[in-house]
Design a protein around this ligand. Sequence first.
Ligand SMILES: Cc1ncc(COP(=O)(O)O)c(C=O)c1O
Length: 313
Amino acid sequence: MDIVNLDHLSANPLLPEVQEAMIHAIRTDFGNPSSQHKLGDRASEALEKARESVARLINSGSPKEVVFTSGGTESVNLAVKGVAWAKAEKGKHILTSNIEHNAVLRSLRRLKMMDYKVSSVPVDSHGRVNPSDVATALKEDTVLVSIMHSNNEIGTIQPIEEIARITREKNVVFHVDAVDSVGVVPVDVQELGVDLLSFASNPFYGPTGVGGLYVRRGTHIWPLLDGGVQENNRRAGTENLIGIVGMGVAAELAARDMKARMAQMKEMKEKYKIHQIIQITLVMRIIIRKDKETDRQIQIQIQIQTGYLIWEI
Ligand SMILES: Cc1ncc(COP(=O)(O)O)c(C=O)c1O
């Protein structure tokens, strides 16, 4: 049976060029980029080539501003906790919006347990943050603002440039969770004026479990992991080279084909009048528990989950 995948943000089929590059890397670039010998050099070259491709996709000023991670969640954790820890002496207040992904919300929940103070700006009926709400909510001790680029459920794109102007003026670090935007719609970190930007490879036909964090030169973050000096001392541990090579090729293709992909998406949206997608999942659980007295007991739980919406009929 053919599967029609309408969940492209979670995982996309790997493009043939991406698959080929990864298979080539498995065969030839299996070295460790940190090794001081020929195999290591070859692996390191492949790593840096991918870094350049990813940096180009987001128009980073330098490939050195790209830190490879294991995906969106790690990038967000590194950004949010990394800044909070690095700036703890300056202040402990963090500002976010109330429609962020759990990667942000739960990182902040963790920080709250560590005495950080978190506040949220609301969104309007289109899910949009009002930049003047951000300006008003900033405090003397605010060290970080974290607002997503596009929302993973309703797709609203936030006024990132305007918010960045406000944070820059107040000397507050600005992190943007752009996991659902990078490689899908144009994201230019210099034009946006952000300090940190999280992304993942799978939304643009790269492999899952690979991502990155853009860290503007001069932005100080503490690493989450302690260990080696990989990724410019920002992310210890041997890189997932094969996955990163795949992401690099996917980034090149996304930059090349973005306009055509966006046009195709628009055409499909208009043709099928797809508005939003309703996802209704029926989860049925049958739990069989042995009861000591009756010897047997069956319990059935039915749970209905609704999430997104389906089309406009
Ligand atoms: C907006 C947003 N942020 C973060 C994440 C987490 O990314 P990952 O699943 O790559 O860890 C997702 C994943 O769906 C997302 O949509």
